[in-house]
Design a protein around this ligand. Sequence first.
Ligand code: G4P
Length: 530
Amino acid sequence: MTVTPARSANPVENRRTFAIISHPDAGKTTLTEKLLLFGGAIHAAGEVRARGANRRARSDWMKIEQARGISVTSSVMTFERDGITFNLLDTPGHEDFSEDTYRTLTAVDSAVMVIDAAKGIEAQTKKLFEVCRLRDVPIITFINKVDREGKDPFELLDEVADTLALDVAPLNWPAGLGGEFTGLYDLKRRRFHKPDGSDSRLAGDVEAVDGLDDPRIDALAGPMAERLREQAELAEGGYAELDVAQYRAGSLTPVIFGSALKDFGVVDLIDALAAMAPSPRAQPALPAAVDPNAAQVSGFVFKVQANMNPQHRDRIAFLRLASGRFRRGMKLKQMSTGKQIAINSPIFFFAQDREIADEAFPGDIIGIPNHGVLRVGDTLVEKDDLTFTGIPNFAPEILRRVKLDDPTKSKQLKTALTDMAEEGVTQLFKPALGSQWIVGVVGQLQLEVLISRLEAEYRVAASFEPSPYETARWISGEPAAMKAFMDEHRSAMAEDRDGAPVFMARDSWELNFITGRFPDIKFSATRERA
Ligand code: G4P
């Protein structure tokens, strides 16, 4: 198979920037911990959680996160193994946070899809997969929890192939599942990974064998040896050959069976990412896509997070570098304003702590502390103008008016709402008529986060009132057609915080009706910043 060389003189080639997509409970957190553990970034599994818990304890608004048992914030973790730098971008798994998650997926070059062997493909996995497909993000599938009773491996592979319309190429095969599990056979490298034999059944040694006919398989796989031989032969004959070009084009997924909890398949996954996953790719931009090997430093902000440190009211903008060699202290131009920004204390997100970065390369993520200047979708360049594309805002599915308990706090409310809109937590619309701001979110949980943060960070007590509208669309068209439309629908018009015109509809029926009546107007469910 043709693979990216594991180590190259070009640092760009040695980077793998990826995300894990999964349905809640499939094992993403456990797998993340183990990737960091085997990647040498942390010394004991469980630290991702512990660190999360510490952080949560320090920050009031994240109480919701604890109460709902979900991860609202997303972060970046960097680890290195065998000369390859892995940047793992965490995506919040809860469906309400799809907007944030979608944008994180604009910043990766590949993804790992974790599936629970007992459950197969679940709703959220499918949704996230569709986003990856839109952007041709190649996917390695990790079928987790083989140490537990699960579906038959053939059934799981067929489910992936049928549901996602992908060719599947298994890289390894489990010898039994659940109580019968006796190890994993590596179909490509011809070796057997067995449990260590203790009661905890953690992964033990890896032993090289001469293929499935090797008699050592009988000793290694024990009572499962015959079944393993039969199934693995069928699998080798019945599924696609591992074709790296097809994987990178997004039409084939290599599949690894494993158990994140018991350490099976984790190193195989790291090896597969190192060998096959694409290094940083050209990023879509205007006037032309940006090659990662281009000389000038450029990048885009895909996420902004406020108040990571409660002592300072700071914000961190997460910048994905797209080209050039970034050095601390550089000045970069913000394309939307033309302002020069000195990046004096960029942050690398090593798993244990934030570290000051001296230099970074395409594919790396750096955190830029700032006071609200940088926004999601921003392009930063060293000198030559360009604008990255494809970092969308999504049309809100819930629109609410904000009601203040104490009307004298309206200034604080406006600051808070603007801040939160800049972070991309919510969207903010100013109606053409009337003065009450309308807040738009994609999911209900975002509203709870908003109320909780208003109280904790801005000392503003507020609640939501229903607005007459249910959904919104950005509109565009010829000036005359736009004017006619806006005049006729003045009471349903608003502006987003960039001043772009938005039509608010009472329900989907009305939206369909109006869309049909005005073929000259384009109604968009997403908007990219110009
Ligand atoms: P998530 O981030 O995708 O939501 O999943 P997470 O890693 O939190 O895992 C969900 C549950 O599945 C956890 O159990 C975890 O221990 C378990 N799990 C993860 N990987 C494996 C595996 O390979 N085998 C088995 N048997 N279980 C696995 P929990 O009881 O909900 O949480 P905890 O009390 O163990 O932390």
